[in-house]
Design a protein around this ligand. Structure first.
Ligand code: LMR
Length: 390
């Protein structure tokens, strides 16, 4: 049987981890996969996570199954954090293995009950198209961001969505757009919400970087504008970055609707899909998040830690923009963009040459993970980038 298979290429983004690790140069720089790093290049376990883990180690009494939809208290607390209250919508959640697991279940639900079509603004996280394709969705694309000018193509986006067939799904990044860092203004969120409501589109909102952009509340304001307007929505949440628990694979998919009854029906379908795939999600990461969100002192400490990660990112953005400023007129945009990523107008050959000659690693798209920079590296990085950008 296996001889009928064709060997598959490695995921280019994940393959970068191995390429970087194999490089022996002491001054190599990893701007690849989207993982937060401190100024020593480490991805530390948050204090609040360690404290929650200690508590679980002491108090957890069983490793028996939790529930088909996962940890209900985790789901409730996470929805309060992301969706909030006061938008007149009901949500039903299912805990998933990471944000990717959430997107996968959402995609299967759209394939089962929706139009089978999803609109995806480009560029986007490469795995979006991969996940949607794997569940048989037809992916329609529209332009979201213009790399040479570093502008959001809002008019093109609105034009495409205004003529999207009723009932189609549309993928929306909640904040800290991956790979561009470029988001919408509050007025643009309102306009987008109005088109979604008018066309009765089903937004699938990907929220993976809450707290890394403008603030914990600010980063979900657009998301809340959309769910208040849309009759139905799906919200895929990743806890990987905001809690720094990447390998624990912790996330959730929420079906949001005008009635509790219809949200519950959607959940029952999501649970069935999970059951025939991986049965039930892993517990540990969700138990950690639940413990943090339910314990006021841990919650406060976690918020302080998340705010510090955001401050470091924004500081690096300002430093990089200043260092690039005398050679590249669009440099100020880097400081305005939010979250871990910016997408530089680099050719594939430039990216390969940065890797080979300078030990600077990024995917061939030219996306950089700002968190991979150390302050001390910025002058060197800017010096080699400027001739390529200007
Ligand atoms: C990224 O875009 O680098 C992250 O979301 C990690 C991943 O799974 O691709």
């Amino acid at each position: 049987m296996f001889d009928k298979l064709a060997s598959q290429p490695n995921d280019p983004l994940l393959a970068l981890i191995g390429l970087y690790n194999a490089d022996q140069r002491a001054d190599k720089i990893d701007l690849g996969v989207g993982v937060y790093r401190d100024d020593m290049g480490r991805t530390p376990i948050l204090r609040s996570v360690k404290a929650a883990e200690r508590e679980l180690l002491e108090k957890q009494e069983s490793k028996s199954y939790v529930a088909p939809e996962g940890d209900r208290v985790f789901l409730e607390l996470l929805w309060d954090l992301v969706g909030g209250k006061g938008h007149g919508r009901f949500a039903a959640g299912v805990q998933t293995p990471g944000g990717s697991g959430a997107l996968r279940l959402a995609s299967e639900l759209i394939a089962r009950a929706g139009s089978g079509r999803i609109h995806l603004g480009l560029p986007s996280w490469p795995n979006h198209a991969g996940i949607f394709g794997a569940t048989g969705l037809n992916v329609e694309t529209y332009p979201y961001f213009d790399v040479p000018t570093q502008d959001v193509r809002f008019a093109s986006m609105m034009k495409a969505l205004s003529s999207a067939p009723r009932g189609d799904a549309v993928l929306i990044h909640a904040s800290c757009h991956n790979p561009t860092g470029a988001g919408l203004t509050p007025a643009q969120w309102e306009e987008l919400a109005a088109v979604i409501a008018e066309r009765r589109l089903v937004p699938l909102i990907d929220s993976a970087y809450q707290g890394f952009g403008a603030g914990i509340e600010e980063d979900v304001a657009g998301l809340r504008t959309i769910i208040a307007a849309a009759p139905e929505a799906l919200v895929a949440v990743s806890c990987s970055k905001s809690f720094g628990i990447y390998r624990e694979r912790t996330g959730a998919i929420f079906a949001v609707s005008e009635t509790q009854e219809s949200a519950d029906i959607a959940r029952s379908n999501l649970v069935t899909m999970a059951r025939t795939s991986y049965s039930m999600p892993p517990d540990h990461g969700a138990a950690v998040v639940r413990t943090i969100l339910a314990t006021e002192s841990l919650r406060q400490d976690w918020m302080a830690e998340l705010n510090a990660m955001r401050d470091r990112l924004n500081g690096l953005r300002r430093e990089l923009a200043a260092a690039l400023g005398d050679g590249w007129q669009l440099a100020p945009q880097i400081a305005e963009q939010q979250g871990m990523f910016s997408l530089l107008p680099l050719k594939e050959a430039d990216v390969m040459s940065l890797r080979k000659h300078h030990g600077i690693y990024m995917p061939t798209s030219g996306r950089i993970n700002i968190a991979g920079l150390k302050s001390a590296d910025i002058p060197r990085v800017a010096t080699v980038l400027k001739p390529l950008l200007g």
